[in-house]
Design a protein around this ligand. Structure first.
Ligand SMILES: Nc1ncnc2c1ncn2[C@@H]1O[C@H](COP(=O)(O)OP(=O)(O)OP(=O)(O)O)[C@@H](O)[C@H]1O
Length: 341
């Protein structure tokens, strides 16, 4: 299996730089997500990994073997990587079995051996009963599972997935997430999964590379990204929360409840600093910071509120009970995270 190393990768189309000095070390067998808004360069980076696109700068290595950079470009078929696309990319004139077995045929695998390997891959994704079907007679989820089975037969070191769930509805996405987890567990391959959906990235990946304008903003576990975003941009992009400006007079980054309450109720201190308050860290209490409720959204198990602080800044919070708009309540903030820019 593969340790994947990207070192200062750069790529431009014409005069537009779409990937900029992007470096990452992906541990062998891990499941990583490239997460970022539309147009930030995720697919371009994935295509450079696959070998469909040349790198302009930097190098790509797998297990110490250089694949790209310094005038070298190993073609896609010699990288032992497999790519799964949003559009499934199945051949309509071949049935499920032949779609899955195509790469084996190219390698000259035949007869019983061919049949066994294809059926084993189809069983892994629970599709052996549909081996004779044409792809166009399958649902979206089934088509994506055929694409996974096709990937499985070639035993890749690295599996590259480009928004593979984007065409599926919400319910199917959840069950396909489980299929991906299982698929990753079985193959032991290194997975690089491109998505702009943070919930999907958080649910699937052990580590997430957050990208913005072709650059790496943060490379961390889902938990670290959520709790300790590096900067204001990542804090806005990941999860819900309020970014408040306070006059800060401490060097700590993780602020305790009493520290935040003190900062929110004073205007002393030399530096204006952004802090992140997650809605689950705000409690409605008898005595605390007075706020005025501006909006309410019913979320099933609780409501999500936006309220105004006395200095005009807005604070989001969750509360299990219905509060009237415009009413004043008191809250306590239990912790906050100082943002660096
Ligand atoms: N072949 C190309 N020629 C010119 N520009 C391109 C080409 N491919 C991509 N781009 C541009 O490069 C930028 C990054 O595109 P890319 O598809 O990598 O982004 P992305 O993050 O994957 O976006 P999305 O989530 O919308 O798929 C975009 O501005 C896109 O228009």
């Amino acid at each position: 299996m593969a340790q994947l190393v990207l070192d200062r990768i750069g790529k431009s189309f014409g005069t537009t730089q779409v990937v900029n000095a992007f470096s990452l070390e992906v541990p062998t067998g891990s499941f990583v997500a490239l997460l970022g808004p539309s147009g930030c360069g995720k697919t371009t980076l994935l295509r450079m990994l696959a070998g469909f696109e040349q790198v302009d700068e930097g190098t790509i290595q797998v297990n110490g073997r250089q694949l790209a950079g310094n005038n070298l470009h190993v073609p896609p078929e010699q990288r032992n990587m497999s790519m799964v696309f949003q559009s499934y990319a199945l051949w309509p004139h071949m049935n499920v079995m032949d779609n899955v077995g195509y790469a084996l045929k190219l390698k000259g695998v035949k007869g019983e051996d061919y049949w066994q390997q294809v059926m084993q891959a189809l069983e892994t994704v629970n599709l052996s009963h549909l081996a004779e079907r044409a792809p166009q007679d399958l649902s979206g989820g089934q088509r994506q599972r055929v694409a996974l089975a096709r990937c499985l037969v070639s035993h890749p070191d690295v599996v590259l997935l480009d928004e593979p769930l984007a065409n599926l509805d919400q319910h199917l996405r959840a069950s396909m997430e489980e299929t991906f987890r299982e698929f990753h567990r079985r193959t032991g391959a290194t997975f690089v999964y491109v998505t702009h959906d943070q919930a999907e990235a958080m649910a699937l990946a052990d580590r997430i590379a957050v990208m913005n304008h072709g650059k790496l903003e943060q490379w961390d576990t889902p938990e670290q990204l959520y709790q300790y975003p590096q900067n204001t941009w990542v804090a806005r992009f990941i999860g819900q929360g309020s970014i408040l400006h306070v006059h800060r007079n401490t060097d700590n980054r993780l602020l305790s409840g009493p520290e935040v309450m003190q900062l929110l109720s004073s205007s002393l201190g030399s530096t204006r600093q952004a802090i992140l308050v997650r809605p689950e860290h705000v409690r409605v209490v008898e005595n605390g910071l007075e706020i005025q409720v501006l909006s309410r959204v019913f979320k099933g198990e609780r409501y999500k509120y936006t309220a105004r602080l006395s200095d005009g800044q807005e604070l989001d919070f969750f509360h299990p009970e219905r509060l009237e708009l415009e009413c004043k309540v008191c809250v306590q903030v239990q912790q906050a995270w100082v943002l660096m820019d």
